[in-house]
Design a binder for this molecule. Structure first.
Ligand code: C2E
Ligand code: CA
Ligand code: CA
Ligand code: CA
Length: 278
């Protein structure tokens, strides 16, 4: 099977926009994928700069399609959100990430937080919170080593229900981060209404660094605001040394991106954890 990276399988995108019956097929294939264990996780490192010290990781879902292709979430999460299948996917991801991190800790590897992405397209706050509690209980993973990433845009469209969810998650001692920050175009009220652990600057703002004066100003403002609120501020999608240097100069010292590490299979992530103690 080929690792898909950035070049995703346009087959599925085409299927989704073209024909309803093929979309239905994708839905049923996805149902099978969840039931028959075709999903797996890759882990992308988060690093503190300038030391390049591993500070955590993000679990990202992949689908090993029976035809041999590895399908990226960009090509199936949207359909999963529309059909409600995303609830089962996110639940599987959560339990697998907790199980794996607990296994690494038991093996004597450094105890670092693992982040999972939770979709708010179809959600019931109470159900998510009890799912989190169950995943922690059955894996024995400490709550403070679990981080939930919620996108700014989804939080903004969910209003009260998102508020309820964030309070519930934090009450468990699980960390919460604001993902894709800067793309929600809306009220910043929620940033002061809740305690978050981190905000992740969307990679569309990192992309133009260091040349783009406008993006630089936006990143600088986000970092200043994040710091004033005592949040960690993570730059996403860092691909070049120049972008990393620019982020550092703008006051951001935690980063994620191909420069620091691509999403890795569990075995390769484990090696990175070993190297971190060595
Ligand atoms: P995201 O949470 O913003 O995750 C970051 C995405 O950017 C990942 O794509 C990652 O591979 C990619 N990326 C990381 N570094 C770089 C870089 O330096 N340059 C570029 N161009 N891209 C980079 P991926 O794994 O395809 O995931 C895409 C999106 O799918 C995620 O965006 C997230 O919104 C969603 N997703 C992934 N896993 C899950 C999951 O388990 N549940 C849910 N609900 N959504 C998920
Ligand atoms: Ca994320
Ligand atoms: Ca993101
Ligand atoms: Ca995203």
């Amino acid at each position: 099977a080929k690792q898909s990276g950035r070049g995703r399988y346009s087959y599925f995108t085409a299927v989704m926009s073209e024909r309803a019956d093929q979309r239905l097929r994708l839905e049923s294939e996805l149902r099978t994928a969840i039931a028959e264990g075709q999903l797996f996780l890759v882990y992308q490192p988060k690093m503190l700069l300038p030391e390049r010290q591993l500070s955590g990781m993000e679990a990202l879902v992949r689908w090993r399609h029976p035809d041999g292709h590895v399908v990226t979430p960009l090509d199936f999460i949207p359909v999963a959100e529309e059909t409600g299948l995303v609830v089962a996917i996110d639940d599987w991801v959560l339990r697998e990430a907790c199980r794996q991190n607990r296994a690494w800790i038991d093996a004597g590897l450094p105890a670092l937080p693992v982040a999972v992405n939770l979709s708010l397209a179809r959600f019931d706050p109470a159900r998510i919170v009890s799912g989190l509690a169950q995943a922690l209980g059955s894996s024995g993973m400490p709550a403070e080593l679990l981080e939930v990433e919620l996108t700014e845009s989804q939080m903004l469209t969910q209003g009260d229900r998102a508020d309820q969810l964030i309070r519930g998650i934090r009450a468990l001692g699980v960390r919460v981060s604001v993902d894709d920050f800067g793309t929600g175009y809306s009220s910043l009220g929620y940033l002061t209404r809740h305690r978050f652990d981190a905000i992740k600057i969307d990679r569309s703002f990192v992309h133009g660094l260091p040349g783009d004066a406008g993006q630089k100003a936006v990143v600088e403002a986000i970092v200043a605001m994040g710091r004033a609120l005592e949040y960690r501020v993570i730059g996403e999608g860092v691909e070049t040394e120049a972008q990393a240097q620019a982020l550092l100069m703008l006051g951001c010292n935690e980063m994620q991106g191909y420069l620091l590490g691509r999403p890795l299979p569990a075995s390769a992530m484990e090696q990175l954890l070993r190297d971190a103690v060595a």
